[in-house]
Design a protein around this ligand. Sequence first.
Ligand code: PLP
Ligand code: ZN
Length: 460
Amino acid sequence: MSDVNMPDVNGDLVYTCIGCGGSYDIYDFVYTCPKCGSLLKIENTRFDQLRKIPPDTWKKIFDSRRNTTLPELSGIFRFHELILPIIPLEDVIYLGEGQTPIVKANPELSAWVGAGFYVKNDGLNPSASFKDRGMASAISFLNHVIKVKDLDHVLGICASTGDTSAAAALYLSYLPKSKVQAVVLLPRGKVTPQQLSQPLGSGAQVIEMPGVFDDCMRIVEELAGNYHVFLLNSKNPVRILGQKSYAYEIAQQLSWDTDDLVVVVPIGNAGNITAIMDGFVDLLKLGIIDKLPTILGVQSHHADPVSRWRATGEYVPIKVSLSVAQAAMIGDPVSFPKVRQLVEEYYDDRFHVVSVTESEIMEGMLTANRHGHVVCTQGGESVAGLKRALAENIIPSDRRFILDSTSHQLKFASFQQMYFDDAFDPDYGIQTLDELKNKPTSLDANAEIIAQFLGLKKRD
Ligand SMILES: *Cc1c(COP(=O)(O)O)cnc(C)c1O
Ligand SMILES: [Zn+2]
């Protein structure tokens, strides 16, 4: 343990408006600029001090924490200096998030997609999606603020396509019940039964509303603007801080070599892709990596405002239609202005977005999972997006590819079942393939009958 480099409480974080540049106290609960209404990001005004540390020292620091058994440094806070350097480690809430594996794609699957690739499986987080990364930072921060400001009651609230509410409810339920209340707003019938069971199981107040996610988001924005609540959507930039860890982990898992790397990410509200791009920019600024990776965003053609923007140069919010990538079924992504800034400032021609059909998403998910993976429909979207980008020569196949499977297969089992049963609402526009279907066979509890059914040969 003695050779682990322990982080200090350091840095000075402020909210900075991405529109007018206004700057606000990090300890106030504000989510949009009080002056111009734009989104806020979080800046460390002492970032230059971090630049004085040589890149090799940074690598040693982060690598030294790799083997620690200290819970506080086992997850996203391995990168404390780049996430929330203002909070002491004892305020960190660690529930087992982060440090998810990178799994090499099965060779037959790679041949089907058109290139070798890896899946970084964020379904292996405690609430089974990447949202836990952002909740670990947001709830650790909340825990810290409650102590610093001696708050006696906080209501944490979010709108959700399912996974944000699962993660928010889980992390909030770890804080003292006497001080913290959890409320989640969901679009009725637009989250899977597994996702609905999660906040209910964590004891949150679950409110179901008519409409889609964009409608829930509008309500929650109104509540956050007019009432004392702690907003847990990725509009709260403290969420983005934690989600940057996905980029840091990729770099570390590749021994800090990101040359030729392409990261494939499904886009919904665009918080995740913002955080991932931001995270790589941090590493570039500190000299820890030499080059930014290429980012390939993927959207369903039923919810593809960012893809349309990339194709036409014009951003227009759209009205979504039904998508199996339900966690990304968003027509007006809240973090889009941040994506645009990151592309203009840093990524330029290293940023692509492809749009894929609903059938392609299902085929991506089912084919991946038939080859040893456990990806969700959004992970299937990543698979389908890579396949299409390769087929359309948007990206050459000799790059290194890491695909984000943003949640676990089991959360989206109902879409798999609809596929097997041919039970999709026609609005999805899905044509099923019989070879991807599967169903149980009922037989008597009789070895001979089963052997006959399987065509087994008898031993002599
Ligand atoms: C939230 C979510 C997304 C979309 O991420 P954004 O940050 O909203 O773009 C994708 N997949 C899963 C499983 C999610 O829960
Ligand atoms: Zn402003």
